[in-house]
Design a binder for this molecule. Structure first.
Ligand code: ATP
Length: 364
């Protein structure tokens, strides 16, 4: 039995459907992330779990029992907000102790619990400071300590890093993941940042317009996206609404195992009912003297643009029929970096190509 379960949860605000028949099952100790663009219903879902929002339909269950009739303060959840929401007139230690006092924890135990929580978030030296004497990242650590110290059954985090600068975001997301793993608190985490979701999560639930698009491990949602939306939202993806004839020709696919099936498939793509997709890092630029991989479609292309960043290079290339592709190369060679305007051959490994139904957007 899943620890936290939502069954067919729906919520409407006047004309807006914020959640539509959402069902998820989160395991005990899991780091579960709700990921999606602004307005897709992430916050509504999180606040429904916390009890701040009452859903129109469906159930929320913890350990198999419905919590729908419980008010927020009886749901045993800890919440970390985007804007820290710590009390400005209380010191760090008082902020962290607040929830414990509210829960009538014995006075003698409070000091030890607060010290432990501050140590976990690496703020032991700052317990007497006031919030205005802390950086944004430190304030959010206080928010995290305050939510954790009550040892909630479920920790809910609503975009906790979005007010921090890029460097701090990266630092704190590692901390959050390590702390969560260390404590084993079941966590529901909201973000619209796909990279953050990939780094911190055990599983990711990708949402669009109030509906679930896919639930899976970071690896699964990146490598095996089930819909065109997921493929485009998580990481970068090249989509080809049609393929150049050159790719579908006998010559391009001869030598590929199962060539006949592939030929049939590519005709399907050429008919316009299927969209082909490939990640920029999966496209290979075949250089003079290289043997192109046998299991790949070959296509000639022109390099339109090269951005060299030292460790890697981004190319924008054009293949026949005006199809533009981004190509990501790690450890680029000097010849390749100087390739703007050059004619090159691309290899698209068949195993890296994904196909989506042009109408429904589902993986074909
Ligand atoms: P963001 O990343 O911008 O916070 P979100 O994915 O968390 O977005 P929600 O805040 O859950 O999205 O909102 C889902 C939809 O419901 C949006 O279209 C939003 O405009 C709408 N909505 C949310 N709260 C209300 C409300 N109180 N009244 C009316 N509409 C609302």
């Amino acid at each position: 039995m899943a620890f936290l379960e939502l069954r067919g949860v729906s919520k409407r605000y006047d004309t807006v459907t914020a959640l539509q028949d959402v069902s998820i099952a989160v395991e005990s100790g899991e780091f579960f992330t709700l990921l999606g663009p602004s307005g897709c219903g992430k916050t509504t879902l999180l606040r429904t779990i916390a009890g701040f929002i009452k859903q129109d339909g469906g159930e929320v269950l913890v350990s198999g029992s419905s919590v729908d009739r419980l008010p927020p303060h009886r749901r045993d959840t800890g919440m970390v907000f985007q804007d820290y929401a710590i009390f400005p007139h209380m010191s760090v230690a008082q902020n962290v102790a607040f929830g414990l006092r509210n829960r009538r924890v014995a006075r003698g135990d409070i000091g030890e619990l607060v010290a432990g929580a501050l140590q976990t978030v690496r703020l032991s030296d700052h317990e007497s400071r006031m919030p205005h004497e802390l950086s944004g990242g430190q304030q959010q650590r206080v928010g995290l300590a305050r939510a954790m110290v009550i040892r909630p059954q479920v920790l809910l985090m609503d975009e906790p890093l979005s007010n921090l600068d890029a460097k701090l975001r990266i630092e704190l997301r590692e901390d959050i993941r390590d702390i969560q793993h260390g404590l084993g608190i079941t966590t529901i985490y909201v973000t619209h940042d796909q990279e953050e979701a990939l780094v911190v999560s055990d599983r990711i639930c990708i949402m669009s317009q109030g509906k679930i698009e896919q639930i899976g491990t970071p690896w699964a949602v990146y490598k095996q996206p089930e819909t065109r939306f997921v493929a485009s939202f998580v990481g970068r993806m090249n989509f080809m609404d049609h393929l150049p004839e050159e790719v579908t020709s006998e010559a391009a696919i001869s030598g590929i195992e199962g060539a006949q099936d592939i030929q049939a498939y590519l005709k399907h793509v050429a008919s316009g009912s299927v969209v082909a997709a490939i990640r920029p890092e999966d496209v290979l630029i075949v250089q003079a003297g290289d043997l192109p991989p046998a299991q790949a479609l070959k296509v000639s292309a022109t390099v339109k643009k090269v951005s060299f960043t030292g460790r890697e290079a981004e190319y924008f290339v054009q293949v026949p029929k005006d199809i533009g592709l981004a190509v990501h190369v790690t450890r680029p060679t000097e010849t390749l970096v100087a390739a703007a305007g050059a004619a090159v051959t691309l290899a698209l490994p068949f195993s890296s190509l994904l196909f989506f139904d042009a109408g429904t957007g589902k993986r074909d």
